[in-house]
Design a protein around this ligand. Sequence first.
Ligand code: CP3
Length: 334
Amino acid sequence: MTPIQECIRNKKVGSKPIWFMRQAGRYLPEFRKIRKLNKNFIKLCLDVNLSSKITLQPLKRFDLDAAIIFSDILMVPYGLGQEVIFKKNFGPELNSLNLETISEIKDSEFSKKLLPVYKSIKKVSKSKLVNDKDLIGFVGAPWTLLVYMINKCSPKRNLNKKFFKDKILIKETFEILDKFLKIHIKNQIKNGATIIQIFDSWAGLLENKYIEDYIYDRTLKLVNFIKSYKVPVICFPREIKNYEKYCKIIKPDVINIDYKTNPEKIIKKTDIVVQGGLDPKFLLTDKEKLKIEAKRYLDIFKDHPYIFNLGHGVLPKTNPQMLDYLIKFVKGYY
Ligand code: CP3
């Protein structure tokens, strides 16, 4: 069994497995080199040779316990026919959501559009570099995808609150997402993903009165679907106000915490396996500060099954040597 599966299935404590969100990305010069020649991000995700190569880049450098497929949560709206572009220094931009068009998309058409993602997963799963390691597939949570699809850009820029009023649009989009997220998950598992992570990056944005309908109900459907394949599911409801309640209702195999969540409090309140937490900004400081902060997490989770990771993705300004230092420190700690 892989170190991560031992931790999840056997609740193994002791040495902590480790991987990073956005471990393949802009902080790596070898990624930037490829990116420079491939200006269209979606096209890059759909290039089987390049996306599998990028997925494996961090595993060539570091002693990590998992690969995460190089793709994006916005590949699902793309698969549904909503145009997605990534503008430099702006982030993702989507064109208008047309319910009629996305309601007409057929299963086979969607799977065909995203076929390179599945081929890439298959290719990576056969690589020696992931022998005895996990290959993480992922999806955006329905709520976070709805935000991008209706808001058309990151809500960090501006959130058009008007859309909360269109209950029909919301309900129908959720129904379509439920169907196609399940297809996307199934295709990833069938092609070699051994774990699925659900990213709910905008969970913290939602008013309490909507949480039941837009986060709990919708996410639970996906979590139960993933569990039916006997594949572990990691949930990351970033900045959700009540992690404890989320765990109680959703019951993911692993809960990823953000850096604002108190790690001590979380283990007092739940026996679920925990992942992540460390503020990625510590990787921008110095080794001494990074070590103290990493040690804090390792000590708190000494007797609790814990997968070392961050409280959000690796930042583009990170020096790869700092990541290397952190991995070696974590691996050598116990
Ligand atoms: O973690 C990994 O290494 C796997 C690949 C991965 C990417 N995006 C690649 C990527 C994963 C798991 C994601 C998830 C994702 N994508 C999320 C959830 C996690 C989170 O960050 O909250 C979200 C919200 C997105 C949507 C998205 N894609 C954003 C907001 C951005 C950043 C845009 C910017 O200009 O900063 C992306 C682009 C993106 N996705 C990059 C990578 C490596 C950067 C691409 C580049 O410009 O080179």
